[in-house]
Design a protein around this ligand. Structure first.
Ligand code: F6R
Length: 363
């Protein structure tokens, strides 16, 4: 069943157009009921969101925070499950507690949910890839992603389908709160429906990513930069690279460069920049200049219709099209491929990286 792929991770990266369209098949229109019976009254009752998760699922929640605050105008707090479960927090009974998980069995995420309930939280929702999981059973509402079974330890298709589910949630919340018109909601839904074919076009960039991976396989460190909703994508790119290629990688919001990490930049520290064509592009360009001026080598995922070209010390790959708020779903794909091909170059065990388990069911 692996044919024609060499690894499950590779298969799962290339399955993403299918996983995304399956996750959207039953969505005829935006409505709170996509999240289960009674979700309308829950969405009406809540005044904020508290999202709890681990690892890659946590990064999808970080992207969701940007979407939900900007489009649905609801305040969102995102917290790592293992932190939340053990700290004294101030519960807001009007918050909707959302847990996100591929497996639905991650020990810390389950414990965080139970902790939230013990503090009096009653509004709960899960975004999960396994309909029969403990997490789904223990949450009042849910959205089941249809990534299909994910075997590679490094999560790929689960992440992008979580993002699709979060975008649906964003639109359903905006609808319930009356902050977007039906026409605006439909426009966003159309853009989401186009995402599977947009992802397909991004996958065709693989040969260019392979040439980047040849460079990365010879490095010991890498830095990933992004701004706004692409900062979590930089975090996810760094996590993928460290997990499967064992290269030390860190991600920063690009505006933080000057506050420390710029000291690390040398010709031996490749800097990956997630550079969508958004309001922050000009700021990002000046961050890139700061890296080049110090001899750093940039690997830039430039958006369609931006004027960033390959040059001395700058390798640019141009994304096929621009997707507005959905652009994180597209920009993560080349980063998954970069980690995969770098790991191939290093000869590591891609599907079963050392020391890691697919599902972390113990603390
Ligand atoms: C990274 C990865 C992990 C998981 C994390 C949460 O590639 O796979 O960081 O995302 O262990 O797992 P789930 O989503 O099953 O709760």
């Amino acid at each position: 069943e692996l044919e024609p792929y060499q690894h499950y991770m590779q298969k799962e990266i290339f399955e993403q157009p299918r996983a995304l369209s399956d996750t959207l098949t039953d969505v005829l229109e935006i409505s709170p009921e996509l999240f289960g019976d009674g979700a309308y009254s829950t969405f009406k009752a809540i005044d904020s969101l508290l999202i709890l998760a681990c690892g890659t699922s946590y990064y999808s929640a970080l992207v969701a925070k940007y979407w939900i605050e900007s489009l649905a105008k609801i305040p969102v707090q995102v917290e790592i499950a293992s932190e939340y479960r053990y700290r004294d927090s101030v519960p807001n009974p009007r918050a909707l507690v959302i847990t996100v998980s591929q497996s639905g069995e991650t020990a810390d995420t389950l414990a965080a949910l139970r902790h939230a309930k013990s503090l009096g939280h009653q509004h709960t929702l899960s975004i999960c890839n396994v309909a029969t999981s403990t997490l789904v059973r223990e949450c009042r509402h849910s959205y089941i992603t249809r990534a299909g079974v994910e075997i590679g330890v490094a999560s790929t298709k689960a992440f992008t389908t979580q993002l699709a589910a979060f975008f649906l949630l964003t639109l359903a919340l905006a609808q319930t709160k009356g902050v977007l018109s039906e026409a605006q909601i439909n426009e966003h839904l159309q853009a989401l429906r186009h995402i599977p074919s947009a992802v397909q076009a991004v996958l065709a960039l693989e040969p260019q990513i392979i040439s980047w991976a040849d460079d990365f396989a010879r490095m010991d460190n890498a830095l990933f930069l992004g701004r706004g909703m692409h900062y979590p994508i930089a975090l996810e790119g760094a996590l993928k690279l460290k997990e499967i290629s064992y290269i030390h990688a860190e991600a920063y919001p690009a505006g933080e460069l000057k506050h420390g990490p710029l000291a690390l930049v040398t010709s031996q520290m490749p800097v990956v920049v997630v550079a969508p064509n958004d309001a922050l592009l000009e700021k990002l360009k000046s961050n890139m200049q700061e890296v080049r001026a110090r001899g750093g080598v940039l690997y830039v995922l430039a958006d369609a219709n931006t004027h960033i070209h390959s040059d001395k010390g700058l390798h640019a790959i141009r994304m096929p099209e621009h997707s507005g708020p959905l652009s994180p779903i597209l920009h993560v794909i080349p980063l998954q491929l970069l980690a995969y091909h770098t790991a191939l170059g290093k000869g590591t065990d891609v599907d079963k990286p050392r020391n890691l388990a697919k599902s972390v069911t113990v603390e």
